[in-house]
Write a protein that binds this ligand. Structure first.
Ligand code: ARG
Length: 458
């Protein structure tokens, strides 16, 4: 089979060289974008009179037929034609005859592939942004139901202070809000047209880059043709934003996994997001959450691998750049899958309020309340800390908690203690008193919830 670029060659490559060189096995994902880009290009070739109306009309019709066939899954591609661009060109020529060979006038695969990638990522980013928003909605709903549900807050994974469960969930809402902003903001750099930069240096044909940019919905064009064909920053940025998103999802999953363990029993994962064991009949494993946590690895890997591909490349296009695709496709699929599963898990886990509340009755996470109590009565905080620390030690020795101490024990520890001390160490009171801006007090959380709601459009 002759190559579309075979003119200057005497021999054809061995089959395995063709296979090594080809990207069609994965870049066929770009088929719609490739045809869309070609339709804009041919419209411009007509507009600028580089092609006649008739030629352009035939090409347009041929491309539309291919588009329809692509949608119906009727196109078959060949490794012989290397990539999606040459495969489409070959199929076009088969469809409409030699005039199809005029489509490539004034462009190169180098600007073509870059254009396809920009179009593809723009489309996927819109899906991702919507998906993040759905997850945020789910978090808001669960937070709304749990403003007054108390759980232990941790530092160093040691019980620290009691908090509202809604407050904990909303922490993830804000991480996702930043992720969403980053993806939205990146659209600015994705939505730029490289088309018309040709191989690297522009073209001698009187093309109109603004025309194709507008037709394809790009906001602007790359001002430098060398940069246009070799820039993959927008993909690095996408992989980096995706990595950070995965950090957030993975941390959240880690907590869900802990919370549904026998040791915590704070939530029960819905059956739909759990699996059983082939040997241990009692098991209900949070596999989906574990997979999301695990899949963060491949997304980080994709980021590092593209950075590595790019770092030593001279301008302009180099074939190394073909290695930009699989990591990007894989990341798109991975984060879209993870976001969907995550949203389902958040919507359906059962909150075991009694267990959460029981756990804060049986710990020392109210110790700060006591120290603050004494400090408010004028004792220097450092001294108050010491008094309460000794009380905690005494409790541990006796196998009891702070609310089991008698009033005499308190008086003995410090004369500033009064009867109201028992109310102060009630975890519910403790949470509700932290109404500083952004704090876990119920009214502060309500205020935060309103702010969160204002960030997500319906
Ligand atoms: N398949 C190539 C890629 O994905 C398309 C561009 C090839 N250009 C070239 N001059 N070999 O990067």
């Amino acid at each position: 089979m002759t190559k579309l670029w075979g003119g200057r060659f005497q021999k054809t490559p061995a089959q395995w060289v063709d296979e090594f060189n080809a990207s069609i096995s994965f870049d066929q994902k770009l088929v719609e974008e490739d045809i869309e880009g070609s339709l804009a290009h041919v419209a411009m070739l007509k507009e600028t009179k580089i092609l006649t109306e008739e030629e352009a009309g035939q090409i347009k019709k041929g491309l539309e037929t291919l588009k329809q066939k692509a949608l119906n899954g009727q196109l078959s591609f060949s490794v012989q034609y290397e990539d999606i661009h040459l495969n489409i060109e070959k199929l076009l020529i088969d469809e409409i005859g030699p005039v199809g060979g005029k489509l490539h006038t004034g462009r190169s695969r180098n600007d073509q592939v870059a254009t396809d990638m920009h179009l593809y990522l723009r489309k996927q980013l819109q899906v991702i942004i919507e998906q993040i928003q759905s997850l945020q909605h789910a978090l808001i709903t669960r937070a709304d139901e749990n403003v007054e549900t108390i759980i232990p807050g941790y530092t160093h994974l040691q019980r620290a202070q009691p908090i509202s469960f809604a407050h904990h969930l909303l922490a993830y809402f804000w991480m996702l809000e930043r992720d969403k902003e980053r993806f939205q903001e990146s659209l600015k750099r994705v939505n730029i047209s490289p088309l018309g930069s040709a191989a690297l240096a522009g073209t001698t044909f009187p093309i109109d880059r603004f025309y194709t940019a507008e037709k394809l919905g790009f906001d602007s064009i790359y001002p430098n043709s060398l940069d246009a064909v070799s820039d993959r920053d927008f993909i690095v940025e996408f992989l980096s934003n995706s990595s950070l998103l995965m950090v957030h999802l993975s941390r959240f999953c880690e907590e869900l996994i802990l919370w549904c363990s026998q040791e915590f029993q704070f939530i029960e994962m819905d059956d739909a997001y759990s699996t059983g064991s082939s040997i241990m009949p009692q098991k209900k494993n949070p596999d989906m959450a574990e997979l999301i946590r695990g899949k963060s690895g491949r997304v980080f890997g994709n980021l590092v691998s593209l950075l590595t591909v790019l770092k030593g490349l001279p301008l302009a296009y180099n074939k190394d750049l073909q290695e930009d695709k699989e990591g990007m496709f894989d990341t798109v699929e991975t984060i879209q899958g993870c976001l969907e599963i995550m949203t389902g898990m958040v919507k359906t886990f059962v909150v075991k309020k009694e267990n959460m509340e029981k756990s804060v009755q049986q710990d020392f996470s109210n110790a700060t309340e006591l120290a603050d109590y004494l400090a408010k009565k004028g004792l220097p905080f450092r001294k108050a800390h010491e008094v309460v620390g000794k009380l905690v030690y005494q409790c541990i020795e006796r196998g009891i908690y702070l609310n089991d101490l008698s009033f005499e024990d308190y008086k003995l520890a410090h004369h500033l203690f009064d009867k109201d001390v028992y109310e102060v160490i009630n975890p519910y009171t403790a949470v509700n008193k932290r109404n500083s801006e952004g704090g876990t007090g119920f009214s502060a959380v309500q205020k935060q919830l309103q702010l969160a709601k204002s960030k997500v459009t319906n």
